[in-house]
Design a protein around this ligand. Structure first.
Ligand code: HEM
Ligand code: HEM
Length: 178
């Protein structure tokens, strides 16, 4: 298995980054909702450390993924239908955008709320803004709108992958797997 993508195959680095991010995001969403529901407690604080740590990891992986994609090729789309092809491109672009917008809006929320955070209890997360109540509210709202968009697009994305695999019986899902 090669590291680089070709015209017909995903290389292992793209596959690894895709599935690692997928697992982290599928943990991150329920974790965020659950942590937010809890009353203030040591558990809530710990879960938020996990949430911020995993979220910043997702940001790093997304940047790495985008750089890797921009500097290399990706496999040709398998869809013959131009509308379907456009929809897939749009969904993928939005997913990349959200993988950046979510961590950044979360980071602004914590910074503006003036909450010091040690990622994985090890690395101090630098504040990217000073304390600012209005900005905190705004960033938290952006975070939440992005969450809702992410859930909707992921349902479409995963639904499309399953539709290709089980209904159209093409190799779209298989070629993203190892
Ligand atoms: C378990 C659920 C998931 C399944 C079954 C799945 C399946 C797939 C498949 C089969 C492809 C390849 C499409 C092709 O070869 O043309 C793909 C691409 C992609 N997936 Fe997923 N995926 C899942 C979760 C996610 C998550 C959570 C994200 C990120 C939020 C994500 C983001 C992307 C992106 C951005 C691409 C396009 C890659 C590119 O063109 O650079 N996927 N996915
Ligand atoms: C892809 C990455 C991320 C996803 C999918 C995600 C998802 C979520 C979800 C589902 C919630 C609960 C619903 C809501 O209030 O919005 C939430 C809340 C929150 N997240 Fe994230 N998050 C991500 C990254 C981050 C990062 C990197 C940080 C901080 C460094 C962060 C900080 C927060 C905070 C502070 C809240 C509570 C917001 C409030 O007070 O309303 N998130 N996140």
């Amino acid at each position: 298995m090669t590291m680089r993508n070709t015209e017909n195959h995903w290389g292992w680095l793209s596959k690894l980054l895709h599935w690692l991010t997928a697992v982290l995001i599928l943990i991150q969403i329920p974790l965020g909702f659950y942590a937010e529901e809890l009353k203030l407690s040591p558990l809530k604080l710990d879960l938020f450390v996990w949430h911020k740590s995993i979220g910043m990891l997702i940001l790093l992986l997304a940047i790495e993924r985008l750089l890797w994609r921009i500097t290399g090729t990706i496999p040709k789309p398998l869809d013959n239908n131009p509308i379907q092809r456009r929809m897939a491109q749009l969904a993928h672009a939005l997913l990349y955008g959200l993988m950046l917008a979510l961590p950044i809006s979360g980071w602004i929320t914590t910074s503006a709320a003036n909450i010091p955070t040690k990622l994985f209890w090890l690395i101090e997360l630098p504040a990217i803004t000073g304390p600012d109540e209005a900005l905190k509210k705004l960033a938290a709202e952006v975070h939440e709108v992005c969450v809702i968009m992410l859930i909707i697009i992921l349902l479409v994305h995963i639904g499309a992958a399953l539709y290709h695999h089980f209904k159209l019986r093409d190799s779209i899902l298989k070629r993203m797997w190892f």
